[in-house]
Ligand binder design. Structure first.
Ligand SMILES: [Zn+2]
Ligand SMILES: [Zn+2]
Length: 238
């Protein structure tokens, strides 16, 4: 603990070359220096299992034209998707590889489930808008935070709070993956789902443009939270 305080107070000033070795654990939660670079760990195994299990269930749902199987596929995807993240945080096994792997697997599960959903709820337009948003706009948007030295998009509040709140806050993520399905199943008027999907698309396009225009940091080894940057640039206390 004392070490991390020392470490933080001896953070390099602008222009000082960053010593990449020995900088592990700068004390900022979510900084990429905490990346354990593990490909084979529990959270990634959960991601593999939930992706494959959901894919099998959704295929069976399509073949047997069974909505309970589609529900099981969705639940496996939703529960598994939060379980891998929770396990990673709980065991301190968050990694940049795991973050990207999770994002890609989400697209596989979400797209396959949405396409089979069309067999039961014929709503091609809302589903098309949603899939365009989720795959064409949200996939690159969610990979962009990896240009910064953060562990995952879940820590993008260290860089830009508005983009984080709109896209990677837990409420935003749960809304983006469940809203369309719930509206299509429970609201008879499909225009409601179409309006919601279009609104989310607008937010995603706005976020993509915003994150693309953010300035990249000079220090690629550690993330500098806005508060720490303010402290650093303030005059030294006596
Ligand atoms: Zn996940
Ligand atoms: Zn760091």
């Amino acid at each position: 603990m004392a070490l991390s305080i020392l470490h933080r107070s001896s953070a390099p000033t602008a222009g000082t070359p960053v010593a990449s070795c020995g900088m592990r654990g700068c004390g900022v939660r979510g900084c990429c220096c905490a990346d354990r670079r593990q490909l084979l760990n529990g959270p990634n195994a959960v991601t593999v299992v939930r992706t494959v299990a959901s894919l099998i269930l959704v295929t069976l749902a399509a073949v047997q034209h069974s909505w309970p199987l589609l529900l099981a596929a969705y639940l496996t995807y939703w529960v598994g998707d939060s379980a891998d993240g929770c396990l990673a945080r709980w065991r301190g096994q968050e990694s940049r590889f795991g973050a990207v792997f999770d994002v890609v697997c989400d697209r596989i599960n979400c797209t396959s489930c949405a396409l089979v959903l069309l067999m039961f709820v014929p709503a091609p337009l809302p589903v098309a808008v949603f899939l365009f948003q989720f795959v064409v706009v949200d996939l690159p948007l969610t990979l962009l935070p990896m240009r910064w030295p953060v562990l995952s998009p879940n820590y993008f509040f260290l860089v830009d709070r508005l983009a984080y709140t709109l896209n990677w806050h837990v409420v935003a993520k749960v809304t983006n993956t469940t809203l369309l399905v719930l509206l299509l199943v429970f609201v008879p008027d499909q225009r409601v789902a179409l309006v919601a999907a279009s609104a989310v698309l607008c937010i995603k396009v706005f976020s993509l443009v915003r994150v693309l225009r953010l300035r990249l940091p000079a220090d690629r080894a550690h993330v500098t939270p806005p508060a720490a940057a303010a402290v650093r640039s303030a005059p030294a206390r006596a």
